[in-house]
Write a protein that binds this ligand. Structure first.
Ligand code: SF4
Length: 295
């Protein structure tokens, strides 16, 4: 039985590996970030509710044991609140074992929702949001066309948490290149500390040859970090974080050079000590330019 035959590639956070991926949109409504190629081939559209209902019904019939649903694609929270509430109710009333629903959300999505709307979504079972902070530095955000600012991102993250949701945020090591590594590190530490999310993941920048950022590298406008540069940047971010509530930190994605993880603030020194073991090694690797190593 075909459950969903929509076009395009499907992405989800690593922690949603066992979830039923419910694509309430196709693509990303923003889709201009210069480092991101995830949805470049997809023309953005919001799917009709009857189409989504059909997917939920077929999904629940095929996988009645599903305990988690993840709303995709790139920014499911772009949907109207009443439509999201309909989808949440439909999921919980159709999947018999469901106990959690998560979604990607951009800062702009969260800013558009009122605190009351976010509370309604939380009460209807939207438990966790994943938000790409990427950088806390306004100049880096402008250069990569993220479409937000540090202040808006901070406000967005705080709104999600105030509504009672869990919030997992992602940052990208190396996003400022060698030109802005210090600004990127210090301001990103500032923003994530101000948000104090439930979880924080640091990914390492990879630049596929079809990403717009790749052209900036070719034109000499962006100089990628070297291996040591990534580790030093992560060290600087960790050193300057100032979490007042527990935050699970992970930098163990396949893109990362050295796996680091722990709880902030308690494990900060231990994680920095792990990085300090590797930083002194000779920096004899080529700059990390792309994911196939042929640049
Ligand atoms: S908002 Fe997220 S999914 Fe959309 S283009 Fe930017 S990084 Fe990619």
């Amino acid at each position: 039985m075909m459950i969903d035959n929509a076009e395009g590639l499907v992405f989800r956070p690593p922690s949603e590996a066992r979830s039923f991926i419910l694509r309430v949109t196709i693509g990303c409504s923003h889709n201009t970030c210069t480092f991101c190629t995830m949805y470049k081939a997809s023309k953005f559209r919001i799917r009709p509710l009857d189409e989504i209902d059909g997917i939920i019904e077929r999904g629940a019939a095929a996988y009645p044991f599903i305990r988690r649903v993840f709303l995709a694609d790139g920014d499911a929270l772009v949907l109207k609140t009443e439509d999201l509430l309909h989808i949440l109710h439909k999921c919980y009333s159709t999947f018999p074992s469901l106990n959690r629903i998560g979604a990607y959300a951009t800062p702009a999505d969260l800013i558009r929702k009122t605190p009351e709307e976010l509370r309604q979504l939380k009460e209807a079972g939207l438990d966790i949001l994943y938000m790409g902070v990427e950088s806390g530095d306004d100049e880096v955000l402008r250069r990569v066309k993220k479409g937000t600012t540090a202040a808006l991102t901070t406000e967005a993250g705080k709104k999600a948490l105030a509504a009672g949701m869990k919030l997992s945020v992602m940052i990208i090591l190396g996003l400022g290149g060698q030109e802005l590594t210090r600004e990127h590190a210090l301001h990103t530490a500032e923003v994530v500390s101000a948000i104090n999310p439930t979880m924080l993941s640091a990914l390492t920048l990879l630049i596929p040859s079809d990403a717009p950022l790749y052209q900036d590298v070719v034109l000499g406008k962006f100089t990628p970090l070297t291996a040591r540069g990534f580790l030093e940047e992560l060290r600087m971010i960790l050193q300057h974080t100032d979490m007042t509530k527990p935050c699970i930190f992970r930098s163990n994605h396949v893109s990362n050079l050295v796996p680091v993880g722990g709880n902030l603030p308690d494990d900060k020194d231990a994680m920095i000590a792990v990085l300090d073991k590797y930083i002194p090694y000779e920096d004899n690797t080529r700059p990390c330019l792309n994911d196939n190593g042929n640049f």
